[in-house]
Design a protein around this ligand. Structure first.
Ligand code: FRU
Length: 483
């Protein structure tokens, strides 16, 4: 009889867990309609995001056995259109010694028809000390992966908080950035070079807390992603340890980007300021990929680590967290815009509202606007005589703009204590809004993606009320599609 491998044993356990809790998970009114979620257990970062042989692959950090963090698997979704997703066989299980406490985050790349996953093997040794190994798994069918083991051990100068490899190729040169912490506990991004993707050499820390003109900027940088857009190099990263600063850095950890110029020879990245990618409550560890439409797409985790996970309303249904919608990135006057991928229009079922609105000191419930899962669009906004405009969503989210203060606010009812809490940003003018509402999430794209707010909300499942309020005069074009 053939012995069951550790990998097979873990797969069997995870599939059994899905089966055992499927009914309970699916009975949750907060299950989402069109977002990627775990079938059971906890999801965190998107991993290995790639369009490979015409198919989009999104893997994700997955703990099948608990709604808490632990020895992560890679779950796996595929799609041909970014709208309809298929849940695939498990991508990776933490079956080997070099990953026994988790196949942590990483990226995917094509190499001559082979799909390669680079990821971090997380190990806690007998003394409870962390070890990090950068590992490789490969596949020819995009479904079954063969582990090739460790390709990079911890170089000098860093602690074992060293993870989340993102790999790219330039001609015959391979590069990898890794999220790191220096031995004096500063967040960094380390750059590596290889000729074959197998043997890697350390070029240096290209950016980090205290490097170049950047002052103190966190004790650990997670999930780096480096790519070129409009001839500019962009570094996306998720730093931990930033202090709240006015309207900025309001969440426990942040995700944002630097625009600059990478010099691989000198292992240097000259860059400007850090800009947060999302101003809402729930966004972290995003990853990007290019595709055959020439786009740069981004998808993130719609949560933040270490934040009230024990209080989350979905854990009694044995699941927690989801990914954001895919966004297309463009650079507009030195700022990254993030618009919902155009394919998402396919989600539209029927157009329930198409109207010119003109409100004056009133609060209205527009016919047809109510609902739970929708795309809502307000364009050609004219606020010449408005003090405040607000869209109220199911008594659990309030979208507010105050023109005189140039202040945009998303308030939500906290799922911890029921009190209203807010996230805000400065916004010089409000021209358009696109809002995607799912059963327990909201994503707001302002002015074509100049700012984005993402958040989980947990309204009374029966409540469908959407209102619009104008203090002063609001004019605009209102559209709503049921999804
Ligand atoms: C970010 C992160 C990564 C790590 C993974 C573990 O949320 O902490 O740095 O690889 O999650 O699940």
């Amino acid at each position: 009889m053939k012995a069951v491998t550790k990998d097979q044993e873990l797969r069997n356990l995870a599939y059994a867990e899905i089966q055992q809790h499927q009914k309970l998970v699916e009975a949750d009114p907060y299950r989402l309609l069109y977002h990627l979620m775990p079938p059971v257990g906890l999801l965190n970062d998107p991993n290995g995001v790639i369009q490979w042989q015409g198919i989009y692959h999104v893997f994700y950090q997955w703990m099948p056995f608990d709604t808490d963090h632990g020895a992560k698997f890679w779950g796996h979704y595929t799609s041909t259109d970014l709208v309809n997703w298929k849940h695939e066989e498990i991508g990776l299980t933490p079956s080997e010694w070099f990953e026994k406490n988790g196949c942590y985050s990483g990226s995917a790349i094509d190499h001559e028809g082979e799909l390669r996953l680079y990821y971090t093997g997380n190990v806690k040794d007998e003394q409870g000390e962390r070890q990090s190994y950068q590992c490789l798994a490969t596949s020819y069918d995009g479904s079954v992966f063969h582990k090739k083991g460790v390709v990079l051990e911890l170089p000098d100068g860093y602690t074992a908080h060293f993870r989340d490899p993102k790999v790219w190729k330039e001609g015959s040169d391979w590069y990898m950035v890794v999220g790191a912490q220096s031995t004096d506990e500063k967040g960094m991004v380390a750059l590596f070079h290889s000729k074959d993707g197998l043997e890697w050499s350390h070029l240096g820390a290209i950016a980090g807390s205290g490097i170049g003109s950047l002052g103190e900027f966190g004790y650990m940088w997670e999930c780096p992603d480096l790519f070129t857009l409009n001839e500019q190099d962009l570094l996306i990263v998720s730093p931990q340890g930033l202090e709240a600063d006015g309207l900025h850095y309001q969440n426990v950890y942040q995700a944002g980007y630097f625009i600059g110029k990478l010099d691989c020879q000198k292992a240097a990245f000259e860059h400007g300021n850090f800009t947060e990618l999302d101003r809402g409550f729930d966004f972290y560890a995003p990853q990007t990929t290019s595709d055959d439409k020439g786009r740069r797409l981004l998808i993130g985790w719609m949560s933040v680590p270490d934040q009230n996970e024990q209080e989350h309303p979905t854990i009694k249904h044995k699941w927690i967290h989801n990914l954001t919608l895919p966004r297309e990135l463009t650079l507009v006057n030195g700022k990254l815009f993030q618009a919902p991928a155009e394919e998402l229009k396919e989600l539209r079922k029927n157009q329930a509202v198409d109207a010119e609105v003109a409100l004056s000191n009133e609060k209205i419930v527009w016919p047809g606007l109510n609902g739970k899962t929708m795309e809502l669009e307000l364009t050609d906004i004219d606020l010449a005589n408005a003090q405040l405009v607000e869209i109220g969503v199911r008594d659990h989210a309030r979208i507010i703009y105050e023109p005189a203060k140039k202040l945009f606010t998303l308030a939500r009812k906290s799922y911890v204590d029921g009190n209203w809490e807010k996230r805000q940003c400065k916004l010089s003018s409000l021209l358009s809004l696109t809002v995607y509402l799912d059963h327990s999430s909201i994503e707001i794209f302002i002015n074509g993606g100049e700012e984005v707010f993402s958040a989980r909300i947990f309204p009374d499942p029966e409540n469908e009320t959407i209102f619009i309020l104008a203090d002063g005069t609001l004019k605009g074009n209102l559209k709503k599609w049921d999804l």
